[in-house]
Every structure is written in structure tokens, then in C-alpha cells.
Design a protein around this ligand. Structure first.
Ligand SMILES: [Zn+2]
Length: 407
């Protein structure tokens, strides 16, 4: 197999020439691509003869431009918010009500869309955190502590009380399901809860519920909150699961509860989630079962989701609108959030005196409605700082960068 020296092996000069030719070729292709793009942008009757000839000569490039345009249009359509008109919405909710009544084991999956009415921005909507951060804007932290459970949170809590909803799986970190009064064992907060810090050195893990966002100093792979465990003195950590991390904490994530619920589910109702993240958790969808044996899927979301084609029914409406119509159909009164019944106040562990200044986030307003400044070291409610660290600031943008690299 030995070749004669010099035969088949290009010299240095030849290699250089060939590299240069490749570079020139690529540059010429790029120029043609740009030129064709410019011509295509012109209305057909305004193109010169020479320009028309260019298009004829470079048919492949024209095709590539068209393909890209189609892809862009599809992407744009997927991001658009669609609203069913009033009659269609009513009709669809009627179908949903039947499914809710007939379900043996109804499980609800929720995303940021159920919290937007609580002024917590969603991620990917036109005004979402993701979109805002991408445009270089900041997101204020003051809304987060002022937020309270929405009509949707309260309706889900009520449906659970009526034994119609068996379990809730949420990707939200805003703690609003917990604050609506939903029992812990009926809830899986897959990406954590911004009000909970834990000591993982204690066994069993010791949990500290707080009345403020505990995540201001934490970020991807850095979860220490700076406060210490009363029991063993170790540093506490937040419970947030960022992009690229695997959540292993038993609570509040409660993966066991989520997996068991999915196994039992005959109907799954997805509310206000793009499902882009949830779809990756295989155990939530029972995809290993034959098509006819999978849970029936009902989706309420304004934008496209990757599960739309598998859904029995897709409802394009705001979650609060859909849920209030659903309550009417089911003949239930719409429950109202009452601060006095918010379990977070009884669950919360007060800070030790030396830790009172360990955070600058606003404390959620106490049940009697008065704001006590001594427990609110952040103070200036009017000029709340922009969210930087924590459960969606930096962690999120890191996830985004990583995604870009692999794309
Ligand atoms: Zn401890």
C-alpha cells in the first residue's frame, strides 16, 4: 500500500493555493447569496433584466432563500399569541368541563402563563422575562413579592378540594400554588420554590420557608444563600433548578409525586406552559404506552406548544378566562384568595436577629395588610432593584448562552 514519495501528497504551496481557492469560493457564494436576497426583496415588476437573469442563473440559491423564509414564517407563527373568539372559547370550555367531570385521575401541569395575572412575567411570551432580557431590558423584583395567587391558582386549589384534581405539577418557582393552600403532597414544584431554602447536611433535609425571595445571591451551580442552618450551622441552599441542572431535592420538587400522578392519570390539563421544558421529562407523558392508553391531553395556552398535535383539545385563551368559564360550567363559585388563609405565614421560619439584614428583597405583605418596615430591610418599595441573580435573572441568561453555542 506504500505510495511513492511525492505522489498524491500535495506540496505546501499546493495546499495553500487550494485553501485560498476554497476561501474565495466561499466568499463568492456568500456574495451571490446576498445579491439574490436583495433581488428577491424587490417586487417582481421592478426587477431589471439583469436581475431577473441572476435569479435564473442561481436557482439553488433562490430555493435556499425560499426555504429559509418558510422556516422564519413557521417560527413566527409559533410565537404568535392566538385567541379563540368568545363562542369558540365557551364551546371548548364546555368540552373541557365534561372531561374534568368524567376524569378518574386528573393531573394539572402549570407554567408561567398562570402567573402572568399576578404580574409575574412569563418567560417566552411577547412581554416575557426571556424576551425582555434578550432585548437588554431589566425586570423589576418588586412585583415578585407583591404577587398573590391568581384566579387560576385558586380554582385549581378548589378543584383539588373537590377531589377533581389529584395532583399539580408546576414548573413555576413563584410559590403561588403553595400559597393558594394546595397541600404539599398534591404539589410538585419541579424547578423549586423561591421562598424555600434547605439544609442538605441535615438528615432528613431541613426546610426553611421564608417570606422573601431567598435566591438573590444564587445562580446556576451556585446555590448557597448565605444564611445558616439553625440545627447544624451549615450554609443553606435555595431549591431552584436552573437550565442545565438536574433537580434531586425531594421537596419541594416532589418528583416521586409527579411520576406517580402521571402513571395514574387519565386526563392531563396543561395550563399556561409552552411545554418546551416539560416535554423533555419523559415520565410526565407516558409516551411508552400505546397511543390509545395514554392520558388525554387538554392544553390551554395562547402560543403554540410541541404537544398541540397530541392534544384532544387546544384552547387559545388566558388561563384566568378559561378557568372562570370552567367554574361556571361546573357550577362552582370562583374562590377568592385570602391572605389570612395563606399557609406561607404559618410555614415560615423567622430569621434570627443576626440574619435580618441577610437579604435585600421585599418581604411579602403580612396577613393584616400592613407593611412592617422592620422586617423589610430592602425598604424602598417604589424603587425596587432590577432582578439580577436568583431564580430567573442570571441563571436564565446562562442557559440561553449555552443553548446558543450548541445551536
Ligand atoms: Zn442543618
Amino acid at each position: 500500500m506504500a505510495e511513492e514519495p511525492g505522489v498524491g501528497i500535495p506540496s505546501r504551496a499546493e495546499r495553500k493555493a487550494s485553501e485560498k481557492a476554497k476561501i474565495l469560493q466561499r466568499e463568492s457564494e456568500r456574495n451571490i447569496f446576498k445579491l439574490v436576497g436583495r433581488v428577491l426583496k424587490k417586487p417582481e415588476d421592478e426587477r431589471t433584466e439583469e436581475e431577473a437573469a441572476i435569479l435564473l442563473l442561481h436557482r439553488d440559491t433562490v430555493d435556499e432563500h425560499c426555504k429559509r423564509q418558510v422556516r422564519r414564517n413557521v417560527l413566527k407563527r409559533k410565537q404568535e399569541e392566538v385567541f379563540d373568539d368568545a363562542d369558540e372559547l365557551k364551546n371548548k370550555v364546555r368540552q373541557l368541563a365534561v372531561a374534568v367531570k368524567q376524569a378518574n385521575h386528573l393531573v394539572v401541569y402549570t407554567g408561567a402563563g398562570i402567573s402572568t395575572a399576578a404580574s409575574i412575567p412569563d418567560y417566552r411570551g411577547p412581554n416575557g422575562v426571556w424576551t425582555q432580557l434578550q432585548k437588554g431590558r431589566t425586570v423589576s423584583s418588586s412585583d415578585l413579592s407583591k404577587a398573590k395567587p391568581t384566579l387560576t391558582h385558586m380554582c385549581i386549589r378548589m378543584l383539588h378540594k373537590q377531589n377533581m384534581v389529584k395532583h399539580v405539577v408546576s414548573q413555576n418557582c413563584d410559590g403561588l400554588h403553595l400559597r393558594s393552600g394546595l397541600p404539599r403532597n398534591a404539589l410538585s414544584e419541579l424547578h423549586g420554590n423561591m421562598f424555600i431554602e434547605v439544609c442538605t447536611f441535615c438528615s432528613p433535609v431541613k426546610e426553611y420557608v421564608r417570606l422573601f425571595d431567598v435566591t438573590e445571591r444564587t445562580t446556576l451551580h451556585r446555590h448557597g444563600t448565605g444564611r445558616r442552618c439553625d440545627h447544624c450551622g451549615s450554609e443553606l441552599r435555595d431549591t431552584i433548578v436552573h437550565f442545565g441542572e438536574r433537580g434531586t431535592l425531594e421537596q419541594p420538587l416532589n418528583w416521586k409525586g409527579a411520576a406517580e400522578a402521571a402513571k395514574m392519570a387519565d386526563v392531563i390539563l396543561c395550563l399556561g406552559s409552552s411545554l418546551k421544558v416539560l416535554k423533555k421529562y419523559a415520565c410526565l407523558w407516558c409516551m411508552n404506552r400505546p397511543v390509545g392508553k395514554r392520558p388525554k391531553l387538554y392544553i390551554v395556552n395562547l402560543q403554540w406548544t410541541p404537544k398541540d398535535d397530541l392534544a384532544v383539545l387546544k384552547i387559545h385563551g388566558k388561563c384566568d378566562d378559561v378557568m372562570s368559564l370552567l367554574m361556571k360550567e361546573l357550577n362552582f363559585q370562583i374562590p377568592v384568595y385570602d391572605r389570612m388563609e395563606d399557609p406561607i405565614y404559618s410555614l415560615a421560619t423567622p430569621l434570627r436577629p443576626e440574619e435580618v439584614n441577610s437579604h435585600t428583597r421585599e418581604v411579602i405583605a403580612p396577613p393584616d395588610g400592613r407593611l412592617d418596615c422592620s422586617i423589610n430591610p430592602g425598604g424602598q418599595a417604589e424603587e425596587a432593584p432590577a432582578v439580577e441573580g436568583g431564580w430567573f435573572g442570571r441563571g436564565y441568561s446562562k442557559g440561553r448562552k449555552k443553548k446558543k453555542k450548541t445551536a
